[in-house]
Design a protein around this ligand. Structure first.
Ligand code: KIV
Length: 270
């Protein structure tokens, strides 16, 4: 495909995503600003304004200190840059602890940004929250498996679905979210057999990240997939570009030219 041709021609809606299950793999990437959202516009089906921005953009060790204000600010920027993908705002830790807070904060997300859905982490223990939101006309993307907002209470990032018992638990979680009205589910950090079993157990699309080849779609964090985040590289991340290397090379050329008085020359002067 030529890089001039856009892959996605029309605005992606919840209906578009629902129809893709078992038909065409769903592509989702994160974005946190208008600049990159514009580059991704028309190329991917969904943009997630993930709370992962707390790590890759704010330099924190985990996602837990992200706030509703940050998520709204970054989602507004993404909505300014991209018009075609479905845009999802990731609800930060502590913003959906109970139904009242969840409705209040997700309503803010809808009123202050053009996001079409919110994402929340949690399985059947959070089904009541998902139901409260969907009953109030707020579309929800679920998130099960390895859930980064549980990193402190779980004592680390743990791959899930390693035995039949845990796979059954994950299936129960997925079914509870489906019943509560989630339109799709992110499945993170599970063994491929678990990704497949969850995908087969529900009628809504699953979007995998480190969940094997059988989910209905894939999501990656943009700064990981393009090699800008150098702190660590999870096993499931494929780097499609060495962004950090490219930037460093460009920066090195710029600083050398300025130091050597090669830049600017007459071509770059009024
Ligand atoms: O915050 C995020 O970027 C996410 C993805 C890893 C799915 O939740």
């Amino acid at each position: 495909m030529s890089i001039q041709t856009k892959r996605v021609a029309k605005k992606v809606t919840l209906t578009t995503i629902a129809k893709m299950k078992g038909v065409e793999p769903i592509t989702m990437v994160t974005a946190y600003d208008a600049l990159f959202a514009k580059l991704f516009d028309g190329e991917v089906d969904i943009i997630l304004v993930g709370d992962s921005l707390n790590m890759s953009f704010l330099g924190k060790n985990d996602t837990l200190s992200a706030t509703m204000e940050q998520m709204i600010y970054h989602t507004q920027a993404v909505c300014n840059g991209a018009s075609l993908p479905l845009i999802v705002l990731d609800m930060p830790f502590g913003s959906y602890t109970n139904e009242v807070d969840a409705i209040k904060n997700a309503t803010r997300a809808y009123q202050e940004t053009d996001a079409q859905a919110v994402k929340i982490e949690g399985g059947k223990e959070r089904a009541n929250i998902v139901k409260a939101l969907t009953n109030n006309s707020i579309a929800v993307l679920g998130h099960i498996g390895l859930m980064p907002q549980f990193v402190r209470s779980d004592g680390g990032y743990r791959v899930r679905g390693k035995d039949r018992e845990d796979i059954e638990k994950l299936i129960e979680d997925a079914k509870a979210l489906e019943l509560a009205g989630a339109f799709a589910i992110v499945v993170e950090g599970v063994k491929p057999e678990a990704g497949k079993a969850i995908t087969q157990a529900v009628n809504i699309p699953t979007i995998g990240i480190g969940a094997g080849v059988d989910t209905d779609g894939q999501v990656l964090v943009w700064s990981d997939m393009f090699g800008f985040f150098e702190e660590f590289k999870p096993k499931f991340v494929k780097q499609y570009l060495n962004g950090a290397k490219l930037i460093k090379e460009g920066l090195d050329r710029y600083t050398s030219e300025v130091k050597n008085r090669e830049f600017p020359n007459s071509s770059f002067s009024y």
